[in-house]
Design a protein around this ligand. Sequence first.
Ligand code: UDX
Length: 455
Amino acid sequence: MKVTVFGVGYVGLVQGAVLAEVGHKVVCVDVDQAKVDKLNQGGIPIYEPGLEPLVKQNVEAGRLSFTTDAKTGVEHGEVIFIAVGTPPDEDGSADLKYVLTVASTVAEHLNGHKIVVTKSTVPVGTADKVRATLGDKLSSLGKSPTFDVVSNPEFLKEGAAVNDCMRPDRIILGTDSALAQKKLRQLYAPFNRNHDKVIVMDVRSAELTKYAANCMLATKISFMNEMACLAEKFGADIENVRKGIGSDPRIGYQFIYPGCGYGGSCFPKDVQALVRSARAVGHDASILEAVEAVNYKQKEKLFGYIHQHFNGDLAGKTVAIWGLSFKPNTDDMREASSRVLMEQLWAAGARVQAYDPEAMEETQRIYGHRADLSLMGTKESALSGADMLVICTEWQVFRAPDFDLIKERLSNPVIFDGRNLFDPGQLAEQGFQYYAIGRGLSVQSISARQGGLPA
Ligand code: UDX
């Protein structure tokens, strides 16, 4: 089938490559000429495991190509995906200008019946706006409308995007058109072999499904982070609590890992956008507001521990940070907890000496060259001469470090762990002061200063 994808960000690029891999002929359109040139040579603008070879082999096989020419793109695809960005505008609502510009461009070059599919995460009602934009543009051009609009949200996770797209849990089709449903079932047939993963529903429910999924996951995380704060106050260990509650299949083990807050391009933006959309229809989404507020506080947690430990005296201190990306296996720094921490440390006069397996280039791009930021070639070199180690991201390479070496290189044997990677008992035995999220030892260190644990 001939497919066009507008937007080669995470969602569009992965979707385009995966559709080409199963044999569809895919043209991806983007306004960024440099990106398009790089992609046509088989290079990719982001780090995503497995994506580069997939793009390369499909470009070479002639099934995948990239262009800035919208006309070529519109004329090529019988199915046209809109996968452009929906950045938050000033008040946190999703900004639809790119989505609606694509809709208008599609109308301009329409050369037959097209199925226009919104793939980006878009507020409920967007498909109707896309339909109206297409219709208005077509009538202003004197063309007769012949298109369907479908909502088909994407659920891929960064770092596992290719696999998520190849083996989706579900394929949501929001449409009232029998033709569109038939065509999209054909398109997705290679991903829908063993049991039917297609769930067909009305357009608005499909749009809300995407927000509800992300907001539910963000809620689980903020809930756990709130429990972690309580565990600290009560002198309990959140890791025991996590195992205790996760064993109930109604709760489950996934997405209940406490930490220094969730980041990325989806959860923060989608929670905010749903709060704004709710407000616009007269509903106060108080659970979601709390989810956001808890996450905001959680991102300041590591700095809080550090500040207390050093009695606020951070000027001139060097902080080794392991992990900068918002989660492992990505170079994405959007809304990363490490950014909140680094900015607080800099404001307090400390220096950062950081290592991340993939996100250092991106960090440099964001912060430029500054005297209080050194990006180091290895995790070991980040420790040299530092006064403490802080872990912001749970990359595999940080899970079993050489603790003797850490101790040797740090001027103080103290670790602040935002991802609960280590056993507090073992670290205490090895002579470390160990602060983790919602765990016994960090409670003891902090409350010792505050006058002891509650009875
Ligand atoms: C998320 C959704 O999982 C995906 O379905 C959707 O399409 C896009 O948004 P992504 O943002 O790539 O994907 O990452 P995810 O693995 O979900 O992690 C998001 C954030 O939550 C990370 O910062 C991660 O560290 C944090 N997290 C996750 C926790 O703090 N605790 C957990 O238990 C799980």
